[in-house]
Design a protein around this ligand. Sequence first.
Ligand SMILES: *Cc1c(COP(=O)(O)O)cnc(C)c1O
Length: 412
Amino acid sequence: MNNKGFTTRLVHADRVLNQPENGAVHQPRTNSVLFEYKQVEDLVDIFQGRVAGHAYSRQSSPSIDALQNMLAQMEEGIGALTFATGMAAITTTLLTLLQSGDHIIISQFVFGNTNSFANTLQRFGIEVTMVDVTEVENVANAIQPNTKAVFVETIANPATQIADLQGIGELCQQRSLVYIVDNTMTPAFLFKAKNVGASLIVSSLTKYVAGHGHVLGGAVVDTGLFDWTSFTGILPELRKLPVQAQALTQIKKKGLRDMGGCLTADSAHAISVGMETLALRMERTCNNAIELAAFLNGHDKVEHVYYPGLASHPQHQRAREQFKMFGGILSLDLKPGLDCFKFINHLELVLNATHLGDTRTLAIPVAHTIFYEMGAETRARMGIGDNMIRFSIGIEDCVDIIADFAQALEQI
Ligand SMILES: *Cc1c(COP(=O)(O)O)cnc(C)c1O
């Protein structure tokens, strides 16, 4: 299968990797919390790590294993863990690998809740520096003797700044820093984070991967590129494991098992079915987005369009080099004096809703909602104006999306 295309591999992954019983093409949903063993020795072997197997579903189950295998294959990693949500994946990963006294560099353009979680990390004695990751120098200048990791996203939400993913990857390699890439915005079909040296890929499966606004989930994939022998945060008792297994085992035991943010079997099933059409939906979404961007860019009621596919975007060339297509997030500022609430209320097809990566096109005024809590100063640093509207472009027929924008603009 390794020489086959992205979608071919995905639609056959469950059947081939996991080989469910009776010729099933989907891994069945195993809703059992517990797993029984006839011989107590077999259960003991699992507890003591001598044999792989399932004991209790907070930690592992066949349904969850199946999805983890698919995700690891999709990202070409050595293993994956899944979580109840994207935030559970991010928080669990950081809380289990970092400790008090460590320092992490985080993009100043990260997802609002990740930004908020950075404050929680500081309450636990983990130092955080937030920098503009469009320039690798900013990351290099923020490195301290206790820096352990760098955390970036690919395309920022909502202002679409694009991190210097390649440059930061090289820097992390030179300085032996764990490079954590949140790849939610550009899932593997658009961007292979492993190719820029990511150590860990975290992502919200809730968004494009599952795709249909019907299930929450998150994941972390270890790409196998980072040499964990140089990482001081691995617990002494895990050092006896093969070095590649150490980080994921630590996240699994100290995070998934002890903190408990596990994915359900039902959710794993919904995600794996949604994921089969990831490339088809992404392609359609990105094509719709670029057409819409071109329409809006010339419109006399639109002040500014934020979309990496536009030649005027500050990191357009970088986006071209790094990503297969330009993603599905598009934001805009209306001309001064025009009311963004009025515009959104006139949209008929486009939903006024938070969330992104859905099959449906969604609109939200960002300063008043998802980025409200952080305050005006942080918003300004993130490039978010008071009238900015963010759209997550869906897979509807493009003419219908453009017609809806046209009529709503007409009415303001
Ligand atoms: C939505 C999102 C998350 C959080 O994911 P949930 O599944 O909603 O918890 C994390 N990072 C990015 C970039 C996101 O867009």
